[in-house]
Structures are given as structure tokens and as C-alpha cells.
Design a protein around this ligand. Structure first.
Ligand code: SF4
Ligand code: MG
Length: 274
């Protein structure tokens, strides 16, 4: 069923700043279609971002929106969720924003199991600042700060969030837009901290430096090099080198932070009334 998303856009701020062929619009569409299928009232949704290409998204969205400082989206979002647990708080962040400067906020938001949905736009690079390598740039790939190839291993953020205590973890790519949208829908519905990694193309910096061709070629590369989690589990880890493992990795039911916090407030009130 087609879900109309025009009502969620601030068209007065179009055209957007993203480059032609950038994958961020595909992710944004997936997020908006998930919100549309859930029929969430606009006033009950709050979108929070940090800094970077991905973090420009809330400016184009007609919900409650907050564009914050670099790496701090989850800190702001935690405060918003604690103040207004009734809101659906959705964090849109990039790989630099979430995995580097904001990494500690991510770990602790997951550990606390705050009822937030985080969608990390992973384009494997710092797009907005001209293509420096990020913690998500695979080893051997090129970036403006790695002209002879990146020496570092890239992060597996899904494993990190799972280990830190999040209740929902999934990954898809822009070649799997419908799957990605379903994961975002499931993430919004799962109480506690939910994390969806959306692997996306930055044709301007990552694609060009790594000679990956057109945006369509990059999406096709994602499609060919993705493997679902069930199939990946049957393979030798060496055979997964360079592959993108996609799927829902975890759904937990640990208590959500603000619910636990409310219980503490009630106990404090009872103690004060004695
Ligand atoms: Fe997208 Fe890359 Fe352009 Fe940023 S620099 S808008 S990530 S294509
Ligand atoms: Mg990035």
C-alpha cells in the first residue's frame, strides 16, 4: 500500500541541500513511510539530529524537530524523552555523528535502554566536511584523509548497540528500501532503545574516491554485496569479508528507561508524603 508522505515535508525549505544521487533521501522516505504506516500524529513525533549531511534531515520534516550539536543528538533526545515520555522520539544521525564524537552517548543511551529510535545513516565517510574517513570506513577504502587507503578496521555498530543493552538492532541498505522501512517501523514500536543502521551511498565523496561509479552503481553494489543474517550465520567469517550483513539482529524486552524512572518518581513521592 502506498503511504503518502508529502504531508510530513516542509516543502517551503526545498530544494534540499543533498547532492544528486545521495542515498539520504531514500532513508528519509523509508522513515516517513514507517511513520505513515503507524499513522503517528505529527505532534506526537519529535525528530532529533546532530551535525552532518544526514543531520540536515529534520529541517525538511514537519514534526517537532531539533537540530542539535555535533554528536549530541542522543543526549538531547534522552532529555526530551524523559521530559515527554509520550512522544515518539526519533534520532537521525550520521556515522561520524553517532560512531565517533557521539559514540559514548550512543553506548549509554543503549545501556539505559531509553525509548528512542535511532536511525544511523552510514555512508562510510564524513560527507559534509569533504570526505574524511570515519569509524565506519572499511579498511583499505580511500578518503581525503586516507589517500593511500584506510588502515583502521571499521566498527560494527549493530554489535556495539546489542552489547550495550539496546532492545532492537537491525541493518539494511538503500538497495533494500522496503526492508529498511519495515525495520524502522519495528524499531518505533519496540519499547526501549532501538537502532537501525541504514547503509547509504555518498557518490560525491566515498563513491568518487573509491571509483564506485554512479549512484545507481553504488546501490547495485550494495545489493550484490549484502547477505542476510541467517545466510551469513552459515558461512565462515572469512567469506563475509567485505559483505554487508543485513537483517534484524535482536529484539529484547528489557525495561524501558522512562518507565523505570517513573517508578522511582513514585517512590520518591511516597517517601515525601510520609
Ligand atoms: Fe550525500 Fe555525500 Fe553529498 Fe553529503 S556529500 S549530501 S552524504 S552525496
Ligand atoms: Mg557519514
Amino acid at each position: 500500500m502506498a503511504v503518502p508522505i508529502d504531508d510530513y515535508l516542509r516543502t517551503q525549505f526545498m530544494p534540499h541541500i543533498w547532492c544528486p544521487g545521495c542515498g539520504h533521501g531514500i532513508i528519509l522516505g523509508a522513515v516517513l513511510r514507517a511513520i505513515g504506516r503507524l499513522d503517528l500524529p505529527k505532534d506526537e513525533v519529535c525528530i532529533v539530529s546532530g551535525i552532518g549531511c544526514a543531520s540536515r534531515a529534520p529541517g525538511y520534516l514537519d514534526f517537532n524537530t531539533v537540530h542539535t550539536t555535533h554528536g549530541r543528538a542522543l543526549a538531547f533526545a534522552t532529555g526530551i524523552k524523559i521530559a515527554r515520555p509520550d512522544l515518539h522520539v526519533i534520532v537521525l544521525t550520521g556515522d561520524g555523528d553517532a560512531a565517533a564524537i557521539g559514540g559514548n552517548h550512543l553506548i549509554h543511551a543503549a545501556r539505559r535502554n531509553v525509548g528512542l529510535t535511532t536511525v544511523m545513516f552510514n555512508n562510510s565517510i564524513y560527507g559534509m566536511t569533504n570526505g574524511q574517513y570515519s569509524p565506519m570506513t572499511p579498511r583499505g577504502r580511500y578518503a581525503s584523509t586516507a589517500p593511500y587507503g584506510n588502515v583502521e578496521r571499521n566498527f560494527d555498530m549493530c554489535e556495539l548497540v546489542r552489547a550495550a543493552g539496546g532492545n532492537y538492532v537491525a541493518r539494511a541498505t538503500t538497495a533494500h528500501a522496503r526492508q529498511l522501512s519495515n525495520y524502522v517501523e519495528n524499531a518505533i514500536q519496540t519499547p526501549g532503545f532501538a537502532f537501525v543502521e541504514a547503509v547509504t551511498q555518498c557518490p560525491t565523496y566515498f563513491g568518487r574516491r573509491n571509483k564506485m561509479g554512479t549512484p545507481v552503481d553504488m546501490i547495485e553494489w550494495f545489493r550484490k554485496n549484502s547477505i542476510n543474517a541467517a545466510a551469513a550465520a552459515k558461512l565462515d567469517p572469512a567469506d563475509l569479508d567485505g559483505k554487508i550483513i543485513i537483517g534484524e539482529f535482536y529484539r529484547g524486552d528489557a525495561p524501558e528507561y522512562t518507565e523505570v524512572y517513573d517508578e522511582v518518581i513514585e517512590r520518591a513521592k511516597e517517601a515525601a508524603a510520609r
